[in-house]
Design a protein around this ligand. Structure first.
Ligand code: MV4
Length: 581
């Protein structure tokens, strides 16, 4: 195995290229039209155009990826995370093409990708889940029966989902039918499979995940836990290892459970077993069959390069001599995303007109950007991962505060202000973390938005480099072009970016009584008809956007005098939906 194709982009592609290079492997990057000048594209030994910007035509384009693997002479493929990383068919297609798949067998991907099947396998291995059904639900009555037996709240989840996407929490019987229908529609929309199941919803749990690594000879190694409780709408914000308030006995028990499931599934490569941890009990949630964004905190605490280990295992090396790794120190990862916490973490894609990373003791940055890079709406909003280590959690927190303050990013909003607010939060600081901390107790609407750097501009010639393609391969050439510069500084500035128009959340904006669409989407349900009386805050319709359903609520009480839309209509941001007088 001496030539690796990285079927991904951004920071994880950079990460994998580095690991492969450490092993002396040749690296082959793929890039979309939008990523021609991306960091990962220039870092690899060679780079190939995989298609237009949309992921469906590029990073998800299996035939083109396999064609590049063949034409470039790559003998292995690493999928990273996201895109095709947990696509069993792609894994199988790579193997069928005679290439080495750096990841688990397609059978394990398929098993864990079906959340009901994974729960059945876990129960059989003695790894118990949250009390829940082990069959797809066919009616809301089944949810009602489950709730009658186990109590509220319950969580309705997509069988083909994961990561909480499409999860509906139901707290009373009168919300069941709508939630069941909505969960099925979202599951179909997100995953092409409407099957859902129900679990008891654990209100005050912690999200603890176990890192495991298996070779192809039946050996499994447990690399401790990560606490990932700080999530917002199921997007992780902060992850850490070791978990706060977590004993060596807890860790030993978690390791037994995670390794038992991996062995039962015939697992190979790196994987993560997710649990809810409550009242001293571990409840299996799901298994992720990929290297995860937050693998970095495990690497720092356990002194291991998990991507190198994946490559070694894929080459057939044994883990027999690895023994039982033990944690040392404390590491916290902060996801630096192009999002505005003060506007409900709204994505703020754009060009990084200013980008300077912190450094110093205990600081690691995994990023796929430089000053001038563009965070695109076509892909995820991640700019970088700030990974901070210390001898203990307090030292890691001190260093994190310094690094977050030192980080300079201009041109987009970022999650940095939210991370600083989290570091100042009493519960976080004392390790009293749970899934409720971010969602229920923190309000980011008033965090300070940094002012964008403003520079006047002049004309000047400057050396530029250009990327050209010959026969699908990428080459760089130099030329001199007109650019805008700050007066006398010679510093090139990008044309100033316009801040995106602020669309409020669900509900009315502007004229009193007018309910407008907070974003572009499709009306999937209207709860009322003209003439109905509604009360402020009461849901009036459901808007589906980005495959998620949003309840649009009445901004005021009164009678609905006019409904301007019907189910199935596509509405633009700010479009009038109905009027209440
Ligand atoms: C749960 C849960 C409580 N009870 N399931 C699943 C995927 C992950 N992203 C969130 N998941 C959860 N599943 C049951 N039955 C709590 C979480 C959860 C969570 C929920 C809401 C807000 C933040 C959360 C952070 C971590 C885990």
């Amino acid at each position: 195995m001496d030539s690796l194709l990285i079927a991904n982009r951004g920071e994880i592609a950079v990460r994998i290229i580095r690991a492969a290079r450490d092993l002396g492997m040749r690296t082959v990057a793929i890039y979309s039209e939008l990523d021609r000048d991306a960091v990962h594209t220039g870092l690899a030994d060679e780079a190939w155009n995989v298609g237009p910007a949309p992921a469906a035509e590029s990073y998800l384009n299996v035939p083109r990826i396999l064609e590049i693997a063949r034409e470039s002479g790559a003998d292995a493929v690493h999928p990273g995370y996201g895109f095709l990383a947990e696509n069993a068919d792609f894994a199988q297609a790579v193997v069928d093409a005679g290439l080495i798949w750096v990841g688990p067998p397609a059978s394990a991907i398929a098993m864990m990708g079906d959340k009901i099947e994974s729960r059945v396998a876990a129960e059989a291995a003695g790894v118990h889940g949250v009390p829940g059904t082990l069959e797809p639900l066919t009616s809301a009555d089944q949810v009602a029966a489950f709730a009658a037996e186990h109590g509220f709240p319950v969580a309705i989840k997509a069988a083909a989902g994961g990561g909480g996407r499409g999860m509906k929490v139901v707290r009373t019987a009168d919300g069941l039918a709508d939630a069941f229908e909505s969960a099925g529609r979202e599951a179909e929309s997100w995953f092409g499979n409407p099957a859902v199941y129900v679990e008891r919803y654990l209100e005050n749990a912690r999200h603890i995940e176990a890192q495991v690594l298996f070779d192809t000879h039946g050996n499994g190694v447990f690399f401790g836990e990560r606490d990932c409780s700080l999530q917002r709408r199921h997007q992780k914000l902060v992850e850490e290892s070791p978990a706060p308030r977590f004993s060596a006995e807890d860790r030993a028990r978690l390791g037994e459970l995670a390794l038992a499931l991996g062995h039962a599934a015939g697992y190979q490569s790196a994987g993560t077993v997710e649990f809810l941890y409550a009242d001293g009990n571990f409840y299996f949630l799901e298994m992720n069959t990929r290297i995860q964004v937050e693998h970095t905190v495990t690497e720092e605490v356990f002194g291991v390069d998990l991507v190198v280990e994946q490559l070694r295992v894929a080459a057939g090396e044994s883990l027999e001599s690895m023994g039982t790794p033990t944690p040392n120190g404390h590491t916290i990862e902060f996801r630096i995303n192009a999002e505005d916490p003060s506007r409900d973490f709204m994505p703020t894609p754009g060009q990084l007109v200013k980008y300077r990373e912190p450094a110093g003791p205990g600081i690691r940055i995994d990023s796929g950007v430089v000053e001038g890079s563009t965070i695109s709406q076509y892909y995820d909003n991640m700019i970088a991962k700030l990974i901070v280590s210390g001898r203990d959690r307090e030292e890691a927190m001190r260093r994190a505060r310094r690094a977050l303050t030192e980080y300079e990013i201009g041109g987009v909003d970022t999650t940095i202000p939210a991370h600083l607010a989290i570091l100042d939060n009493e519960d976080f600081a004392t390790g009293n973390v749970s899934t409720r901390l971010v969602e229920d107790t923190m309000d980011f609407s008033s965090v300070e938005r940094p002012t964008a750097p403003s520079v006047p501009e002049e004309e000047e010639l400057a050396e530029r480099s250009l990327t050209v393609e010959v026969g699908g391969r990428r080459f760089r050439v130099k030329y001199w072009a007109q650019v805008l510069t700050a007066p006398g500084s010679g510093k090139r500035v990008a044309p100033r970016r316009k801040a995106p128009k602020l669309d409020g959340g669900a509900g009315s904006r502007g004229v009193a009584g007018e309910v407008t669409a907070p974003m572009q989407g499709t009306i999937v349900k209207i709860h009322h008809k003209a003439g109905d009386t509604v009360h402020q805050g009461e849901p009036v319709c459901v808007l589906e956007a980005m495959k998620m359903e949003n309840e649009i609520k009445a901004p005021s009480s009164g009678d609905i005098v006019d409904i301007k839309v019907q189910v199935g209509d596509t509405v633009s941001s700010g479009q009038l939906i109905l009027v209440i007088k």
